[in-house]
Design a protein. Structure first.
Length: 166
């Protein structure tokens, strides 16, 4: 969590049990897959390019060759189910992979990748449509700072951590 006024990380959980593992999962330079935490960025880009939250988007299976630049890639929804055509907002609210990939196609791969890089989410976001569903890695601090930036409507506070209190 980042304090809105100052930009300081106000709290985090570093480990499941310090007695079992001294590895600090919050601060260690260990990257983790971004996953669905990246989907709101994809939708934000698409909305800024004219897609409406009420726009009809298919939640059906993605057919091989349907997605530009990914000939045989056909990701599914995490629960294994598919719906019909639904409002775009449903895909964001319910984290539907197939809808998010289609929204990403609307937003454009280059634009989504640039936004991720500009927000500092990752130093090397791969160039491929799998980024629409967060199939890349970054560290917790960078992802949290990017989410904070968007939640503050584009007002950036430099995120920092107080490592020691005198």
């Amino acid at each position: 969590m980042i304090d809105n006024a100052s930009g300081v990380f106000a709290g985090w959980s570093a480990a499941r049990d310090y007695a079992q593992s001294k590895f600090n999962r919050a601060l260690a330079p260990a990257n983790r897959q971004v996953g669905s935490a990246f989907k709101p960025f994809v939708y934000t880009v698409a909305f800024s390019h004219g897609l409406l939250p009420s726009a009809a988007i298919s939640d059906g299976p993605i057919q091989p060759g349907e997605i530009e630049g990914a000939r045989n890639w056909s990701p599914g929804n995490s629960d294994g189910t598919y719906g019909g055509t639904m409002p775009c907002s449903y895909g964001l609210i319910h984290s539907r992979n197939t809808m998010s990939v289609r929204v990403g196609q609307f937003a454009g791969l280059d634009t989504v990748q640039k936004v991720a890089n500009d927000l500092g989410i990752s130093k090397s976001v791969p160039h491929g449509p799998a980024i629409y569903i967060g199939s890349f890695e970054t560290d917790l601090k960078d992802l949290t700072a990017a989410i904070h930036f968007v939640s503050q409507r584009g007002v950036r506070k430099q995120a920092y951590i107080i490592e020691r209190n005198r």
